[in-house]
Design a protein around this ligand. Structure first.
Ligand SMILES: *Cc1c(COP(=O)(O)O)cnc(C)c1O
Length: 383
């Protein structure tokens, strides 16, 4: 309700009119799931409706329109009851007949490589050192080499490597791929940045951009999204073994009728509908600017307290900051201390456990939340 009133009165510049500004203190500074606003949680308690009804189709159409806006795309956005990993699999199963190049610079891009292999595709894995971004030159070199032995159906790149806090320039990468090999599809995982950063799918020429509900979108886990280009649908027609649940052509058949092939997660979609109103009431550019400012502030806080940053300079994530644990803090003990103030951060990922910690500033986090978090960490460090 609040969000709708804000949109109608058009007073987006008044910070106290947005639901974002009335929110409870942030508890989760982990890279998903993130805290969900009370009115979004509450939307899930409404009584069930059938999904073959006008009411559901209206909800689907509303979500479809707003998600396309958030993706800056005229194509389509499939919504599935699943998580982002399912859409990594969907992208591979629909876009790849023969070979795919997987660029791997962290744990989630590594997962996408495993998914590709698991789907029985011929994969070419290109390793980029963790904490570094995948760059257009890496992509150009790998693609040109691969093309000497045959076509490449697709490349996979993770925009925001949540394991290391590194963002790769997927727009520049897409441009390079289009130039070198126009028939190669560009598949992008934007799970932990979508909704917190501007990722204009059509302008950048990206073919599949996938995400999850529980990260910067700040909706409970359980919904997966993929914006899919016309080129990808044309490709899917030539790919066998697409399965059924994640078959883009099957999803398309129902999407044009504002519905889904299988029973949708109605409660989650209601929550999403409310959250999208809140996102547009805040203003998408303002939302992106808020994320960028929180990220800059977190990096500066780390440097001011004699920590180092793990991400390659110039490629730090807008939604999660990975801090080298230069003071040798016990991250478990720090989190127990933070828990007393109802807050939580993340340990380093995999090999970085204990050697780094991660502060997520995605979703509905604001400056007051960072004030509390930093003050509490400083208090722990001074004890
Ligand atoms: C969290 C995450 C995933 C996995 O998403 P799920 O929704 O948990 O399946 C994939 N990629 C990135 C970059 C992530 O941050």
């Amino acid at each position: 309700m609040l969000a709708e009133q804000t949109i109608q009165s058009g007073v987006n510049d008044d910070p106290i009119t947005t639901a974002q500004q009335h929110k409870p203190a942030q508890r989760l500074f982990i890279p998903g799931p993130t805290d969900v606003l009370p009115e979004v949680l509450a939307a899930q308690t409404a009584p069930m409706i059938g999904h073959r009804t006008d009411e559901f189709e209206a909800l689907f159409a509303k979500i479809q329109g707003q998600m396309k806006q958030l993706y800056f795309t005229d194509s389509r956005v499939y919504v599935v009851a699943a998580t982002g990993s399912a859409m990594q699999e969907a992208a591979i199963r629909n876009a790849v007949r023969g070979r795919v190049i997987n660029f791997v610079n962290g744990a989630f891009s590594q997962r996408w490589h495993q998914v590709s292999t698991g789907c029985g595709k011929e994969t070419i894995k290109v390793d980029v050192p963790w904490c570094n971004a995948v760059k257009p030159e890496h992509v150009a070199e790998a693609l040109e080499t691969a093309l000497t032995t045959g076509p490449v159906d697709a490349v996979t790149v993770v925009h925001n490597e949540t394991s290391t806090g590194v963002a790769s320039p997927v727009g520049e990468i897409a441009a390079v791929v289009r130039q070198i090999s126009p028939s190669t599809l560009i598949l992008v995982d934007a799970v932990s940045s979508f909704g917190g950063a501007r990722l204009p799918m059509d302008e950048w020429g990206i073919d599949v951009m996938l995400t999850s509900s529980q990260k910067a979108l700040a909706v409970p886990p359980g919904l997966a999204f993929a914006a899919v280009s016309d080129r990808t649908l044309a490709r899917a027609k030539e790919v066998t073994g697409r399965g059924w649940y994640l078959d883009f052509l099957n999803l398309e058949k129902y999407l044009v009728k504002d519905t889904t092939p299988a029973t949708p997660a109605i409660s989650l979609m209601r929550a999403l509908g409310v959250q999208l109103d809140i996102i547009f009431a805040e203003g998408v550019e303002r939302r992106f600017a808020r994320h960028a400012a929180l990220a800059a502030r977190t990096r500066q806080w780390a440097l001011d307290h004699d920590f180092n940053l793990m991400a390659e300079e110039g490629y730090a994530s807008p939604t999660v900051t990975t801090v080298e644990n230069t003071h040798g803090l016990n991250i478990g003990a720090l989190n127990r201390f933070l828990a007393q103030a109802e807050m939580e951060i993340s340990d380093g990922y995999g090999d970085y456990k204990g050697k780094a910690f991660r502060i997520a500033h995605m979703g509905e986090v604001n400056d007051a939340d960072l004030d509390r978090l930093f003050a509490t960490i400083e208090q722990y460090m001074s004890n």
